[in-house]
Write a protein of this length. Structure first.
Length: 241
C-alpha cells in the first residue's frame, strides 16, 4: 500500500504489476515508466520491470489496515489482463470481501474480460467497477460495464484524447475526466470535457474533472500543476451518492 496523488482515491494496492498495451490510451503509460524506474532503483517487487507479475505475498495487505481507505486496485497493472488467472482474481475478491471497512476501485481497459469474470460471480458490495473510455473506438466498454451488478459503476475518460460525442450514461453513476501527463502527452480540448459534463448533468451521473495534465485549457504545454483543474473557471469534483 502507498498513498497516492490520484484525487479520487487515497491508497493503491498492487497485487499485480506489469501490463501490455491494449488501446490508444495506453500509448504513454505512466505505470510502464514508473515500473522501469522502480526496477532501476532495485525494488524487488519490480524485478521483472513491466512484465506482468502476480504477487501472492501482497494478497492480504489490506487486512492489516484497520482505518478505512479508498483503494485503487492495480494502479500498476490491469486486474482483468488475459494473463491474470481467474483463480488469482478470486483471491483478490476474497480480500476485498474480508475488509468491508475499505472501498475498492477496480478500473480496467479489458471490459469484456471483467464481464466474463463477473458473469459467474457476485461483485463485492464494497467494490466500484469502472472502465477506461478514452476514445470513441472503445465505446463498447460502457455496455460491458452497464450490464454488471455493482454498487457503483464509473467511467474514466483519462487520458481524454478526442471528443466522445453522444454518450448513453444509463446505469453509469460517475464519470472521471482528465488530460494526459508526461513529455509525450496529447492535448485535450476544453469543449471535449464540457460536452461530457453537460451530458452527465442531463443524465444524472456525477462528474469529476481531475486535471488538465501537460496541456492547459489555453493549449499551452507546461507543468501539470500550473495547468490545474479548473474547467470553465470552476472545480468539478462530484462523487456518486
Amino acid at each position: 500500500m502507498k498513498t497516492t496523488k490520484i484525487e479520487w482515491t487515497d491508497k493503491t494496492w498492487n497485487p499485480i504489476t506489469g501490463c501490455t498495451k491494449h488501446s490508444a490510451g495506453c500509448a504513454h503509460c505512466y505505470a510502464e515508466v514508473m515500473s522501469r524506474r522502480l526496477k532501476a532503483m532495485g525494488l524487488a517487487k519490480y524485478a521483472n520491470g513491466f512484465q506482468l507479475t502476480m504477487h501472492e505475498d501482497t494478497l492480504n495487505e489490506p487486512k492489516a489496515w484497520k482505518k478505512p481507505h479508498v483503494i485503487f486496485v492495480c494502479s500498476m497493472s490491469d486486474l482483468f489482463h488475459a494473463d491474470v488467472t481467474f483463480e488469482f482474481i478470486d483471491k483478490i475478491m476474497d480480500t476485498i470481501r474480508a475488509t468491508p471497512q475499505h472501498r475498492y476501485h477496480l478500473l480496467t481497459k479489458r471490459a469484456e474480460r471483467m464481464a466474463e469474470y463477473f458473469s459467474t460471480r457476485e461483485v463485492p458490495e464494497n467494490a466500484w467497477l469502472g472502465v477506461t473510455y478514452e476514445s470513441s473506438a472503445v465505446k463498447y466498454r460502457i455496455d460491458a460495464l452497464r450490464g454488471l451488478q455493482a454498487s457503483i459503476k464509473f467511467l474514466s475518460c483519462e487520458p481524454l484524447i478526442e471528443a466522445l460525442g453522444d454518450m448513453d450514461l444509463t446505469g453509469i453513476d460517475w464519470v472521471i475526466v482528465g488530460g494526459e501527463s508526461g513529455p509525450k502527452a496529447r492535448p485535450m480540448k476544453e469543449e471535449w470535457a464540457l460536452q461530457i459534463q453537460a451530458q452527465c448533468e442531463k443524465q444524472g451521473s456525477a462528474f469529476f474533472f481531475k486535471q488538465w495534465g501537460t496541456w492547459g485549457s489555453d493549449g499551452v504545454k507546461r507543468n501539470k500543476l500550473e495547468n490545474g483543474k479548473l474547467l470553465n473557471g470552476k472545480v468539478w469534483q462530484a462523487m456518486p451518492a
